[in-house]
Design a protein around this ligand. Sequence first.
Ligand SMILES: [Zn+2]
Ligand SMILES: [Zn+2]
Ligand SMILES: [Zn+2]
Length: 275
Amino acid sequence: MKLTFLGTAAAEGIPGLFCDCRVCRNALAVRGKEIKTRSQALIDDKILIDFPADTYMHMLQHGVDLKNIHTCVFTHSHMDHLYERDLWCRNKGIGNEIEEIPLQLYLTQAGYAQTIDYMEKHVNADRVQAHLIVPFVPFLAEGYRFIPLKADHDQKADPVFYIIEHEGKRLLYANDTGYFPEETWEYLQSYGQCFDMISLDCTGMLLENYRHGHMGFSVNREVVARLTEMGLCDERTVKYVNHFSHNGGATHEEMVAEAEKYGYGVTYDGLEVTF
Ligand SMILES: [Zn+2]
Ligand SMILES: [Zn+2]
Ligand SMILES: [Zn+2]
């Protein structure tokens, strides 16, 4: 499986739209991996995870063949993960000379309701279709198996993160969550399979007080320790931290220096990981 990180920041991006803090000033000066856009990932060039407003920029910067992508799964309804208004661009007369295969969206209740409401008024029903998904109920898309797990995040946004399986490979893609809810730990216990790759929310970077809603690096290590104890993670598991906020207070370079002491990678926009 190949996972491409298209956007690796929290809602405001790094630099933040209206911010002049040390991390944001550094990002503007250094650019490269220090610049991080809103969260989105791509599996094997064919399945998107989330659809923020920065999707258009990701298409331009990373050569994403958006018109030929027919599946997008969503973590939750926050605007940095779901910008349904851009779906209008797939309408007849706007998205021209494309294959008549609808784009299939998979969303939990809050995002589903929000998207359906917009699509009924503004989007051709045969160009984009939405499906309601439920935590802990696996579903298949493009031959990949997705298991949505409950996240510790704003519950109004019906947040989930995912186990994704394909051809014997297993990915745990977990951002916009704090330390996992016990319900999710119970599911993972019964799941019992070792992950080939895990990607964890690191919004708070090196700060110690990010445990609920999002995580920091010290809580990431607690999650990995518990997964390891349960046999769901071992030394062969590729480990990355992802989804960063400037409010975490560290630059990409500073984050890398700390993470590599523990054998973790730090995501950046455009990073491809094959496992
Ligand atoms: Zn987010
Ligand atoms: Zn800032
Ligand atoms: Zn969120």
